[in-house]
Design a protein around this ligand. Structure first.
Ligand code: KMH
Ligand code: ZN
Length: 275
């Protein structure tokens, strides 16, 4: 049975520069305000990348802990830290993200060309992330940038077991230059491959840049959930920069309501994700 829609907001990311995208939330205050407003609109999960004092991406442990605590104090959102970081972040720092005690963390299921860069995710590193999350009670969101990443996930779960909470949730990140394209055909193919994963596996999808709307519509119409935010899209429509993350969440909520799959509350989202 298709339920309501889990809406994740990914407000910041590690790729856009504040100087070029002034609406990007980069300070803790900006992040908290964004989080509160997106929650009020219908988001249930926040996928978090943080920045340093000069707005560069960082995985600083103190800042991560402070961010998790502040988000918990001011919102009921499910806090998902990025373990992907920036393409330059070392594996040890990416693993240490789990020490900040989030509800969830991302776990990318393979290496992918990432524009002119390479987003490196070695098998041993993926196994480390998965098993440490099991030990610490952190629920993973498996990030799928290419179809082979789903085969890797099947192998991971077969060898190392289910994640904490027992529920498997994946996120199709589509339209990265070097990854799978953000098209309906590809989303349908990815969805079909979920048959090889445990019963009840759920998915969300996000389309980078101009694939945002095609992916959003395809995900809603195939029973998937939505991730939106300025990590993935800084253009609202041709020639129109995104004004805020709230604008993207409001649009996703509108589409979800049209599809008669209204946003899940944070409590419903916790139940869905096994938190
Ligand atoms: N910034 C990308 C290299 C994640 O958050 O887990 C990786 C990324 C995925 O954003
Ligand atoms: Zn991310």
């Amino acid at each position: 049975m298709t339920t309501g829609t889990l809406i994740t907001v990914a407000p910041t990311g590690a790729e856009s520069a504040k100087a070029e995208v002034p609406a990007l939330p980069v300070t803790l205050d900006e992040l908290l305000l964004t989080a509160k407003e997106c929650e009020a609109l219908g988001a249930a999960v926040i996928h978090v990348h943080i920045r340093d004092d000069v707005a560069r991406p960082t995985l600083d442990q103190g800042r991560l802990r402070e961010t998790v605590a502040a988000l918990r104090e001011s919102t009921d959102l499910i806090v998902q830290l990025s373990s992907g970081g920036a393409v330059t972040d070392p594996e040890a720092d990416r693993l240490a993200v789990l020490d900040a005690g989030p509800d969830m963390a991302s776990c990318t299921m393979g290496t992918v060309n990432f524009g002119d860069d390479v987003f490196l995710n070695r098998w041993e590193f993926i196994v480390d992330l998965h098993t440490r999350m099991q030990e610490r009670g952190v629920v993973p969101e498996y990030e799928i940038f290419d179809l082979g990443h789903l085969t890797a996930l099947q192998r991971l779960l077969g060898r190392y077991g289910l994640p904490h909470g027992g529920h498997v949730h994946v996120d199709f990140v589509m339209g990265v230059p070097g990854g799978m394209p953000g098209t309906t055909e590809t989303l349908v193919a990815a969805r079909q491959m979920l048959r090889d994963l445990p019963d009840g596996t759920t998915f969300s999808a996000t389309g980078i840049g101009r694939s945002t709307i095609p992916v959003l519509l395809a995900s809603l119409s195939t029973g998937g959930h939505l991730r939106v935010g300025m990590e993935d899209t800084v253009t609202y429509a041709k020639g129109r920069p995104v004004e805020s993350n709230m604008q993207l969440v409001a649009r996703a909520v509108g589409f979800a309501q049209l599809a008669q799959r209204p946003p899940l509350t944070t409590a419903e989202a916790r139940e869905l994700l096994g938190l």
